[in-house]
Design a protein around this ligand. Structure first.
Ligand code: AMP
Ligand code: MG
Length: 416
């Protein structure tokens, strides 16, 4: 049990993974529900696509050699011996000098090796005039030209997009094995909080964290379950958390994590089960007063109330857990090299996540400037393109010193 004894990120993460085991769940769902879900197993082709040789055009199936030398002035006359529509199967066997009418998608009859587009033909009675030469294979999709049976098509961990659903459908698959979306219960604590949409009384503020954290949970592949707001009252908080943990393995709270009189989370979670509080306080800025409590098989991430601190603490600790459970795995961070536009100070001995905006200087190098906003400003995130990390043991970064900027999603376009 640790009450605000500051740990490093690595120490806190080890405590987390020593005390909490991650076991993703899986489920089979219908193809039409699978968009955006994470495929749980590798998928190999079980059949050829197309399953048969088919026509790419409306026209006539021919033996290419019969058409050699044909053009508008010297058409070749072929005998029309039948027609095949899309969806039909045909027993027709073609010989030299013959043609078969064929629709786009219809199977090529035995003996034919090319298709002449209808635009280059004219017909009278049982005869077709072919006004263009074709080469063997022309206007035909070979069997298995798209997908070959046995070929690896989609790997486990693929986030299913429309193009992947098309591939699965082409294989006749109607059910897919995907990762379950972990359900994450969200509770915001604080007497001052009001649900958006209601009127604000004097001294109250709107509850930001419920919504920004719910958004982050979804971005990490989880399903946020919004339980609402709880007052700073020991008994209410305790019973709300108890209820939440009976129904959900992962509960994320915000607020009440420091050492003030109204800060009840560490006491309350510690009294709910074993081992109780495993992390209280991490040397990050923002996000220091974070609490992680493991309660039997469940876990409570107690994020600080300050919305920016809550998001940073979420990103460091909760996001990797949710992403692993949802199958998304480690987030791929996009980073760019830049120069610091100003000297930067990190006097507190904490690992600093500093929000920065990127601009180009006259020789096109990227310059990172800290976003000049109060540390509680929720708009700071929107103004920033990303953040730089200054380790706890680095006190100062000089002007023009190289820095690495981790970009927020969608911000890279702004740079090009
Ligand atoms: P706390 O961690 O409870 O001491 O809260 C720190 C600061 O964050 C206070 O100014 C709170 O009013 C504010 N705060 C706490 N929870 C929220 C929330 N859900 N939405 C917006 N601000 C909050
Ligand atoms: Mg509070």
């Amino acid at each position: 049990m640790k009450f605000l004894s500051i740990q490093t990120i690595d120490e806190a993460k080890s405590a987390l993974y020593e005390n909490f085991t991650l076991t993703p769940g899986f489920e089979k769902i219908g193809l039409s529900e699978a968009l955006g879900r994470v495929l749980a197993e590798d998928f190999r082709a079980n059949q050829d696509v197309p399953p048969f040789e088919k026509s790419r055009m409306d026209g006539y199936a021919v033996i290419a050699e019969d058409t050699f030398g044909a053009d508008e002035t010297r058409p070749v006359k072929l005998e029309k011996i039948g027609a095949i529509a899309a969806g039909e199967s045909s027993e027709i066997v073609m010989n030299r000098g013959q043609a078969v009418g064929i629709a786009t998608g219809a199977p090529i009859p035995a003996g034919a090796n090319a298709v002449v587009m209808v635009e280059y033909t004219s017909t009278s009675h049982d005869w077709v005039d072919v006004q263009q030469a074709v080469v063997p294979g022309e206007n035909i999709s070979a069997a298995a030209s798209d997908i070959k049976s046995g070929e690896m098509l989609l790997q486990a961990g693929t986030v299913l997009a429309s193009r992947h659903l098309g591939i699965l459908a082409a294989q006749g698959i109607d059910q897919v094995q995907v990762y379950e979306k972990p359900k994450i219960a969200l509770l915001s604590t604080g007497n001052e909080l009001v649900e958006p949409g209601r009127k604000l009384a004097q001294g109250k503020i709107y509850d930001i964290n419920t919504y920004s954290i719910a958004g982050r949970v979804s971005e990490c592949g989880g399903t946020p379950i919004i339980l609402g707001r709880v007052e700073d009252c020991r008994d209410t908080l305790k019973s709300s958390l108890k209820d939440a943990l009976e129904n959900f393995d992962i509960v994320i709270t915000s607020g009440g994590t420091s050492k003030g009189a109204g800060d009840l989370l560490s006491d309350v979670t510690d009294s709910l089960g074993k081992p109780g509080v495993i992390v209280h306080g991490v040397n990050i800025k923002p996000g220091k007063p974070v609490i992680i409590s493991v309660i039997d098989k469940g876990i409570v991430f107690g994020l600080p109330g300050n919305p920016l601190s809550a998001l940073m603490a979420f990103n460091v600790f909760a996001s990797p857990v949710i992403r692993r459970l949802s199958g998304l795995g480690e987030s791929r961070v996009e980073a760019v090299s830049a120069k610091s536009a100003l000297p930067l100070q990190n006097p507190g001995g904490r690992h600093l996540f500093l929000l920065v905006r990127l601009d180009r200087d006259s020789d096109a190098t990227l310059l990172a400037s800290p976003v000049a906003k109060d540390s509680g400003a929720i708009t700071a995130l929107n103004e920033a393109d990303g953040y730089i990390q200054i380790p706890a043991n680095t006190v100062r970064i000089e002007k023009n010193e190289p820095v690495e900027v981790v970009l927020f999603e969608g911000r890279s376009q702004r740079l090009y």
